[in-house]
Write a protein that binds this ligand. Structure first.
Ligand code: PLP
Length: 389
């Protein structure tokens, strides 16, 4: 029998992208000559950095194993002055799998805090695992600029993602410290999703939760190269599980040990080719090349945000993040606005309600498209908005 529960239908947000696809296909069959601009995607479009692809080809030729974990550790050591032991770093095939699988090591019936709106995979993984009975929503809204307040009750687990998908919000050092201090006090475990961290340019916003003192006693950080190094189909990420973690009734080293056992049993490892690419992406040369792509996406995002602000939309995110999050005009629902934008501006967005109930009345535009597509889309959006006056 499926391990889902009553909440399944209510909480299921995985319909979002299939529904977008269905509507777009319908539109295209009706108007086959219209070119559409896709600002709804969360996947990168720029090619891999050339040093990364070259090193993968070389790796296939010589298969001499350099160690990716050391590369990741030295990246943290240089950037955040943290001395992670290699045993604390777990290579993965991307963030999504670990965000889902990490639940396997906790008992069911835990109280879990999730941002609303947020990346739909968090809630769906709880629903699929049958653990969605005791969820606490961390409310994101225009007033708090989508950086929620602390939970008013104790929670066992808290998922946080900054820069956030879909809202583009980043938590400042001071805001993130409040979450860490709460977690240390309540022995809550934070699962910190930092897959967009390299988009942060402003030093007031930490790129890693481990920049906050004490975070290595209460937080697991989940990272991926999908967004920051154009790896969405190569599949490579890592999860940091510090030996010092002290959450709930777990003793130090326990969570690390259980996860190690879980991964040794149920994970076959990341492909050697992807690991070779990752070693290269994390080298000085690779970091510079990846940064060029990130700057390209940030430039797109800025164009989108400027356009949205100019036409009078209330906008969030759009800096330190590839996403612009806007309130729909004229009190339209997210899907009403999606239909409007598709029909009148031939542009695809991601309806906010697909990211949780509090996303209703918002929509997300993404800077991951090609620059030309963004320029075309912004012109079409500006023109379409004249119809709303
Ligand atoms: N976390 C967030 C916030 C995301 O937006 C995504 C993908 O859209 C992921 C994780 C998944 O990353 P990966 O491709 O490494 O599985």
């Amino acid at each position: 029998m499926l391990k889902t529960n009553q909440n399944y239908k209510l909480l299921n947000t995985s319909y979002l992208f299939p529904e977008i696809k269905r509507k777009v296909a319908l539109f295209s069959s009706e108007f086959p000559n219209i070119t559409l601009f896709n600002l709804g995607e969360g996947d990168t479009t720029q090619p891999l950095a050339s040093s990364v692809s070259k090193s993968m080809i070389k790796k296939i030729e010589d298969l001499g194993l350099a160690t990716l974990k050391s590369q990741i550790a030295s990246n943290y050591n240089n950037s955040y002055a943290k001395n992670f032991d290699l045993s604390e770093i777990f290579i993965s095939d991307g963030a999504k799998t670990d965000l889902f699988n990490i639940q396997a090591i906790f008992q069911s019936g835990m109280k879990v805090a999730l941002q609303n709106p947020s990346y739909p995979a968090y809630i769906d993984s709880f629903v699929i695992n049958g653990n969605a009975n005791d969820l606490v929503y961390l409310v994101g809204n225009a007033e708090n600029k989508f950086v929620p307040s602390l939970p008013t009750q104790r929670v066992d687990l808290m998922y946080l993602c900054f820069p956030n998908n879909p809202t583009g919000a980043s938590a400042s050092y001071v805001q993130l410290k409040q979450f860490v201090d709460y977690a240390l006090k309540k022995r809550t475990l934070i699962i910190y999703d930092s897959v967009y961290s390299w988009f942060i340019e402003d030093p007031r916003y930490p790129r890693s939760i481990y920049e906050i003192p004490g975070a290595d006693e209460c937080a697991i950080e989940i990272q991926s190269l999908s967004k920051i190094a154009s790896f969405p189909s190569l599949r490579l990420g890592w999860t940091i599980i510090p030996q010092k973690l002290l959450a709930g009734s777990f003793k130090r080293r326990e969570i690390n040990n259980i996860w190690k056992r879980r991964q040794q049993t149920a994970f076959n490892g990341a492909s050697i080719v992807s690991q070779a690419g990752a070693i290269s992406a994390l080298s000085d040369k690779g970091l510079k090349e990846c940064d060029k792509n990130i700057k390209y996406y940030l430039k797109n995002t800025k164009l989108i945000k400027n356009c949205c602000e100019k036409i009078g939309l209330e906008c969030f995110g759009g800096t330190n993040s590839p996403y612009v999050w806007c309130k729909t005009p004229n009190k339209m629902t997210s899907w009403e606005f999606f239909d409007f934008l598709l029909k009148e501006a031939n542009t695809i967005c991601a309806p906010g309600v697909g990211f949780g109930s509090l996303g209703e009345g918002f929509f997300r535009l993404s800077g991951f498209a090609k620059n030309k597509e963004v320029l075309n889309a912004t012109q079409h959006i500006t023109k379409a908005f004249l119809l709303l006056k």
